[in-house]
Design a protein around this ligand. Structure first.
Ligand code: CP
Length: 312
């Protein structure tokens, strides 16, 4: 068994080593299979601060916290003093002063966490930060639950052919997954409208049309079209998108026998994914959401261990 991961914060997949990824997957699988959760000798207090909307990430972090026995203090940005202009740092300073030791944060600002994990000598903030998504930056918990889902199917990453399809430039899921999958040895491909592709992705894989490569792929990772991040949607047609990049019945029929389809959710049915395929045998859409609870337990535990909370 790999040694358990311990970290002060969990904000990005950028610095994760392959051994840490393996260990987190093993720990999440242990929890999924009914393994005993660590027993805290002192209470652990956490809060979830979602400044952008969420269903999966928010509720699964909360479920993970309950399963671990963490005391979660509710926080709603719209009814908090953030509405009076209190900054993110001062909000965290207040929560930390009340005794909250861990925060899970989703925020629209890319890299919002950097000043929080590198306090100046005059700052007293001492809490673990877990990033639940920053703009189009990072989404480490989604990326790791995706790694767990791929590992469950194939047992390894090296040499797997994986295409990430769609709104690449706006997607923190795409960014985190391309970094992690590349470092784990997968062969990456990209597809989608050229306006959502950036030459910076060339360092990770090849940009091709979906129909050229779909029959060779082990994993087809569909991305949500993020309308809320588009400043100009003139000319965007959902019917055109579905025709060129959607998981249609015709494309599904061309997949390898053991290929899987992934989607981080929420799905735009009939745009990225034919509605009748969302729960089809090759789709891992619900498996990803189920795995998210157990991977988030493993991530929370890693920060609890890294900060010696709860007597661990
Ligand atoms: N995949 C994901 O982050 O979904 P939510 O926005 O519902 O959390």
């Amino acid at each position: 068994m790999d040694s358990l991961v311990a970290m002060k914060h969990f904000v990005s997949v950028e610095d994760l080593q392959a051994a840490q990824v393996r260990s987190l997957i093993a720990r999440a699988s242990f929890f999924k299979n009914g393994g005993t959760v660590p027993q805290f000798s002192e209470p652990v207090y956490a809060s979830n601060l979602f400044f952008e909307n969420s269903t999966r990430t928010h509720c699964s972090f909360e479920m993970a916290q309950r399963k671990l026995g963490i005391q979660t203090i509710p926080f709603d940005p719209s009814s908090s003093s953030v509405s009076k202009g209190e900054s993110l740092y001062d909000t965290l300073l207040a929560l930390n002063s009340l005794g909250i030791q861990l925060v899970v944060i989703r925020h629209s600002k890319v890299g919002y966490y950097r000043p929080l994990i590198n306090p100046t000598e005059h700052q007293q903030l001492k809490m673990g930060i877990i990033n639940a998504g920053d703009g189009n930056g990072q989404h480490p918990s989604q990326s790791l639950l995706d790694m767990m889902t791929i590992f469950e199917q194939f047992g390894s990453f090296a040499g797997l052919k994986i295409v990430i399809v769609g709104d690449l430039i706006n997607s923190r899921v795409a960014r985190s997954n391309m970094e992690l999958l590349h470092s784990l040895g997968a062969a990456l491909y990209f597809s989608g409208p050229s306006c959502w592709y950036s030459p910076e992705f060339d360092a990770y894989g090849q940009y091709l049309t979906l129909d050229e490569i779909i029959s060779e792929m082990d994993v087809v990772m569909l991305l949500r079209v993020q309308h809320e991040r588009h400043t100009d949607e003139n000319g965007f047609s959902t019917a055109d998108y579905y025709e060129h990049y959607g998981m249609t019945l015709k494309r599904y029929a061309r997949l390898k026998d053991d290929a899987i389809i992934m989607h981080p959710g929420p799905v735009n049915r009939g745009v990225e994914f034919a509605t009748e395929l969302v729960e089809a045998p090759k789709s891992r859409f619900t498996a990803q959401m189920k795995n998210g609870v157990f991977m988030r337990m493993a991530m929370l535990e890693a920060v609890i261990r890294g900060r010696h909370l709860g007597g661990l």
